[in-house]
Design a protein around this ligand. Structure first.
Ligand SMILES: C[S@@+](CC[C@H](N)C(=O)[O-])C[C@H]1O[C@@H](n2cnc3c(N)ncnc32)[C@H](O)[C@@H]1O
Length: 195
């Protein structure tokens, strides 16, 4: 574990969280399904040659159940532990950071994006899903309010604007970053491209 990542994770995300498993509702189960794609895995990826999901052990045990239920278990593997400690592997076509970057400060996000870049093929892409407020940071209401939630529940997390994601991407070696809304949700997809 290194630098900013280490200090971030030691306070909030190095401990295996109990919440996702213990709440047990359909809503959180659904979140676990999508957590398959957290770093590089993908839940329902029938067309995928291989997928890897990186998260804590208990989260991944549910993700594995879901991969089995979707019939893709033979192409699905897990990487157990912190994204800051575990070796991610290489030559991925796609790295997914879904609802993850908002936990961390700018420099830690840059380090995660740099890790993503290192794990990709030269033409691979990194996609993040997150709340992206407008440049004014007070609209639209939900993404703007989400930054308050990160202020109250993480040491340094935030909801980042498109310009801030573009800056992080450039610092991590992604010269082209585009942000598109994902209606009907209040979230956006952030596409980090290497050229
Ligand atoms: C907000 S949830 C997002 C879950 C899912 N990707 C989604 O989009 O609904 C954040 C996820 O990051 C995981 N996580 C938190 N800190 C982590 C770390 N240091 N390394 C790997 N996973 C971590 C949590 O266990 C949780 O599954």
């Amino acid at each position: 574990m290194s630098g900013a990542a280490g200090s971030q994770t030691s306070s909030i995300t190095t401990q295996e969280p109990r919440s996702y498993l213990e709440r047990g509702s359909a809503h959180y189960r659904q979140q676990l399904i999508s957590s398959l794609s957290d770093v590089s895995g993908l839940a329902g990826g029938a067309a995928l040659q291989r997928s890897r999901a990186l998260d804590w052990k208990k989260v991944l045990s549910v993700a594995t159940e879901n991969a089995r239920a979707a019939g893709v278990e033979s192409r699905f593997k897990t990487l157990v532990g912190s994204a800051f400690d575990v070796l991610w592997g290489s030559d991925y076509d796609l790295v997914l950071l879904t609802n993850f970057l908002h936990h961390f400060d700018r420099d830690t996000c840059v380090s995660l994006l740099a890790r993503s870049k290192d794990a990709l093929t030269p033409t691979g892409r990194c996609l993040a899903v997150d709340f992206v407020p407008n440049q004014d940071r007070v609209s639209p209401p939900l993404p703007a309010a989400f930054s308050f939630m990160m202020l109250g529940s993480t040491p340094e997390g935030d909801a980042y604007t498109a310009a801030e994601f573009a800056d992080m991407g450039r610092a991590a070696g992604f010269p082209r970053v585009t942000v598109k809304p994902l209606p009907p949700t209040s979230q956006s997809i952030i596409d980090f491209q290497q050229s």
